[in-house]
Ligand binder design. Structure first.
Ligand code: ASP
Length: 436
């Protein structure tokens, strides 16, 4: 069985698990007699939710090693940029600018439309009560003020190990997960500068750590169909039909954000920075975009994207090879946008009010998570869990989103690959082939 067929049947099993859990939960919540409610609650709290959390705990276990290694490797790949001079710096600049735009769109839309607030107050209260503690702690932490200077300084960790250990501890006054990400960024950059022959083992160590983390995430995902069934049951039994409306609005916000980046931001970037007509560009690039949509994997789309860039878009091969290969894992605008919407949406659902500065921190984490996400189906899931944990939004809710994730993954991967091609076109414009 091919990798993509395996991923498809896995996605189908997760969707089936979610459907079953939600349907049974709805039936139990609506039709069981009032007198059985205490017994139902006992079952949900003592058996169903713990069973559902099993796969999440396995993911939590590797969030820190995964983020550390993924960002080191991602930055290392981007850092090799230096050796490519002008091509590299243009690609780096365009990557950061387009990722920032996509996260800004996510923040703007979630604050404007407020999808998480569409849940009626009573339902939210019951949800928060179910996951009591974590979100309350976050609200309290949010109200502890620190000066802007201290907050910014904290992102550069004095002791990265302490930050890694306390990344999910609500009492932690340091920079938390973002500080771990910044540390990884520094290590990645330094690795590109240090002599290669002296750092072979360290590079191999991070690559190995990344591979092992992904294998463990694979174990967790095998349990995911059962997990989402249990968590879906628990949420549906407590929230009833309100949940579906809220989820529908969330999906709408993600799609709207992706559409703005694809149909407004990219065309403007193409017109002004690449000197190309957007309609023609996307029509020539459609084979790569459709492949990305159907495989949900930037990495799997790479060969098609390379062919499209060279043959249809007439991008010089050296530029195409460099920008698209690095971009397949390090430039993921769609993923960064999706992560921003998802994290802020879940924060709203759980009544965690994030201040403006906390939202900026989330935005920075999403930009970095975009660099660290593997270009494979569902690659962003562990990073979303990490960001949720670090702002103390109960990550269990990701189970509901996981059920519809495959469809959103297809859409965001199409944007990720379009973004790589747009950047290649921007870099190619004004870089005479002789200089490359
Ligand atoms: N599937 C995405 C990609 O390959 C990554 C993700 O957002 O999960 O680009």
């Amino acid at each position: 069985m091919s990798k993509s067929a395996g991923a498809n049947s896995q996605a189908a099993r997760i969707l089936f698990g979610l459907g079953l859990g939600l349907a049974l939960g709805l039936l139990a919540g609506s039709f069981l007699p009032e007198a059985t409610q205490p017994a139902l609650n006992w079952w949900i709290d003592q058996v169903i939710q713990p069973a559902g959390r099993l796969f999440l705990r396995i993911i939590f276990m590797v969030v820190i090693p995964l983020i550390l290694s993924a960002i080191v490797i991602g930055t290392m790949e981007m850092g090799d940029v230096r050796t490519l001079g002008r091509v590299g710096s243009r690609a780096l600049f365009a990557t950061v600018a387009l990722s920032a735009t996509s996260v800004a769109i996510a923040l703007g839309l979630v604050n404007l439309i407020q999808p998480g607030h569409s849940l009626p107050e009573a339902s939210r209260a019951s949800l928060v009560a179910t996951y009591a503690g974590a979100s309350q702690k976050s609200i309290e932490r949010g109200s502890q003020s620190q000066t802007i200077a201290t907050t910014l300084l904290n992102f550069i960790p004095e002791n990265p190990l302490a930050e890694a250990v306390n990344a999910f501890n609500p009492e932690n006054k340091g920079g938390g997960l973002l500080a771990v990400m910044v540390f990884s960024l520094f290590v990645g950059v330094a690795l590109t500068i240090a002599p290669r022959e002296r750092t072979v083992i360290l590079r191999g160590f991070f690559e190995g750590m990344f591979e092992v983390s992904m294998v463990i995430i694979g174990f967790a995902l095998r349990l995911a169909p059962l997990g989402v069934a249990c968590l879906g049951f628990a949420v549906a039994a407590r929230l009833g039909l309100d949940l579906f409306r809220t989820l529908g609005i969330y999906v709408g916000v993600v799609l709207l954000g992706l559409a703005i980046q694809q149909f407004v931001v990219y065309p403007l970037a193409l017109r002004f920075f690449a000197g190309r007509g957007p309609l023609r560009f996307f029509s020539d690039a459609k084979e790569a975009i459709i492949t990305a949509f159907s495989t949900s994997s930037s990495n799997a789309t790479l060969p098609v994207a390379l062919r499209v860039a060279e043959k249809n878009l007439a991008i010089p091969p050296r530029i195409a090879r460099f920008v698209l290969t690095v971009g397949a894992s390090a430039n993921q605008n769609g993923t960064a946008l999706y992560e921003g919407v998802t994290v802020l949406f879940l924060a709203q659902v759980f009544g965690v009010d994030l201040s403006f500065s906390q939202q900026i921190v989330v935005a920075l984490m999403c930009v970095m998570a975009g660099i660290g996400t593997a270009g494979v189906p569902g690659g962003s899931l562990p990073l979303v869990v990490g960001v949720l944990l670090s702002i103390n939004v109960p990550p269990d809710a990701i189970a509901i989103i996981l059920g519809i994730d495959r469809f959103l993954d297809m859409c965001r991967t199409a944007l990720n690959v379009s973004g790589d091609l747009v950047i290649a076109a921007i870099v190619a414009n004004g870089t005479p082939e002789a200089e490359v």
